[in-house]
Design a protein around this ligand. Structure first.
Ligand code: SF4
Ligand code: SF4
Length: 471
């Protein structure tokens, strides 16, 4: 039985049983890397070997439950009715404001229900259920053409209309990221191909199978913002992806591929910028304050699809592994129910104790297998009862390993003291709001202190207080 974990354990914890079997290690600073961090599974493969070589294959379900909220920002409002026939790519949800994304039908067929469902975060989410007629009939699309010929002024609006957000898990609307405010400038676009999160291999496969589209997406953004330097950054545990991206980048203006040392959380924006450019993003500031924009390689591919073919974001690649018969990298339509995905993978091999959407370090625990694939779903990991077991935290022994591991240079054990005491001001004064919730400190802690979970809940409490004070 799945535990009824309605709420999220942001980690180092959700897969901690599985990760914790391995020796832990803090790594030193090499070229194209950053200070601190950890190496979660101690080898170069980070639990990825069972899916690294598996080609992407498509699975299309009988029906989809498409959430009106799949990204950071305001949810969309449904603009279809029960009984409507919709085509693939047809807009079914209208965005509500600038930090909000439209939602599109991921299959063609009939709208059979509009209701709510509890997914990963927050309360119930509005969903539109579409019964698939398997005709795969596309709505009329408005492509801009080849990226080197597309009107640069139309590229960001096309990204917005396509409903594209960060596909590495962060789900920040891409057009917002690509809007450079007054007095700011961007001189470098970095494509994040690090995929430092454990277990997931969707980006790795994408770089091997669709490298040209990824470079096209990068070039589209470079042209839209008139940026001369585009960097595709890949960890050194993916030599085949590095080769593939180098071949695709050859001869493309301003595009280069760099190799990063494999280390977690190398794919985190600030760490990536530091590794690639040597620049530090100032405290409480954004990558653009260091004149850089970071996009995931999957996001770049989606941008290329939107520009070249006019296609909105209706599917994505997701890695499925753990206690399922066949591990896989699947191309899944938005709104595919996880239970259907598990069925496509041959079903559970043993009693599932926990389903994590994402990887071990930053994934979110699903309340059950009725949750759906959305724009940020890079992984579905199924743990058995044993690996899903929780653990007791022990007193801090002041070993300092969490301090060494923190990529931001924070003092996790001291922050935890203030969090445990409910001292929001003290926690803030000790830079809690700088914490990126990467889970490195929790992972490395020999006393198994619940550091990241505590930081997450205290950060939320501080933000709630701030909102209340504003009213
Ligand atoms: S919180 Fe954990 S890692 Fe940090 S000093 Fe205490 S025992 Fe060591
Ligand atoms: S304190 Fe925050 S940023 Fe530092 S290691 Fe822990 S979770 Fe990561």
């Amino acid at each position: 039985m799945l535990r009824n974990q309605q709420w999220v354990l942001r980690v180092g914890f959700c897969g901690f049983g599985a990760v914790g079997k391995y020796e832990r290690q803090v790594l030193a600073l090499p070229k194209y890397s950053f200070k601190g961090g950890v190496h979660p599974l101690h080898d170069q493969h980070e639990g990825k070997t069972s899916t690294t070589k598996l080609p992407i294959r498509a699975y299309v379900p009988d029906s989809v439950d498409i959430p009106m909220s799949m990204s950071i920002g305001a949810p969309a409002t449904p603009i279809v009715q029960v009984g409507d026939h919709v085509k693939m790519g047809q807009k079914i949800g209208e965005a509500n404001g600038f930090v909000s994304l439209p939602v599109h039908a991921s299959v063609s067929g009939e709208v059979t229900a509009i209701g709510t469902k509890v997914l990963l975060l927050g309360g119930p989410t509005t969903i539109v259920t579409i019964k698939n007629d398997f005709q795969d009939e596309w709505t009329e699309l408005s492509p801009l053409g080849p990226v080197e010929e597309a009107d640069p002024t139309k590229i960001v609006p096309a990204v917005q209309a396509a409903g594209i957000c960060g596909m590495g898990g962060a789900t920040f609307p891409a057009h917002v990221k690509l809007t450079v405010g007054e007095g700011k400038y961007c001189d470098t676009i970095i494509l994040n191909g690090a995929e430092c999160e454990t277990h997931v291999t969707c980006d790795h496969r994408l770089m091997i199978e669709e490298p040209q589209r990824i470079v096209d997406g990068l070039r589209a953004v470079m042209r839209a913002l008139d940026v001369k330097r585009g960097v595709i950054a890949v960890e050194d545990n993916k030599p085949d992806a590095i080769d593939s991206m180098k071949r695709a980048a050859a001869g493309r203006e301003g595009v280069e591929v760099v190799t990063l040392r494999t280390k977690y959380p190398q794919g985190s924006e600030k760490q990536l910028i530091s590794a690639v450019t040597g620049r530090e993003v100032p405290s409480k500031k954004l990558p653009l304050d260091a004149h850089v924009i970071v996009l995931n390689v999957g996001t770049a591919k989606a941008i290329a699809d939107a520009v070249i073919e006019g296609k909105p974001l209706i599917d994505r690649v997701t890695t499925v592994k753990g206690c399922v018969k066949d591990h896989a990298n699947l191309r899944l339509r938005m709104g595919t129910i996880v239970a259907d995905v598990i069925g496509e993978c041959g079903g559970y091999t043993e009693e599932a104790g926990k389903i994590v959407m994402g990887g071990c370090m930053t994934g979110l625990c699903a309340p059950n297998d009725q949750v759906v694939v959305s724009k940020g779903s890079n992984g579905i990991l199924v743990f058995n009862e044993e690996d899903a077991k929780g653990y007791e935290e022990n007193p801090c022994i002041r070993c300092g390993r969490c301090v060494e591991a923190c990529p931001i240079g924070l003092n996790p054990y001291r922050m935890k003291h203030f969090c445990d005491a409910g001292d929001l001001k003290g926690a803030e004064a000790n830079d809690l709001m700088e914490c990126i919730l990467c889970g490195s400190c929790s992972y490395i802690c020999p006393a198994k202190r619940w550091l990241t979970a505590s930081f997450k809940s205290t950060k939320e409490a501080i933000m709630r207080e701030a909102r209340r004070a504003k009213k």
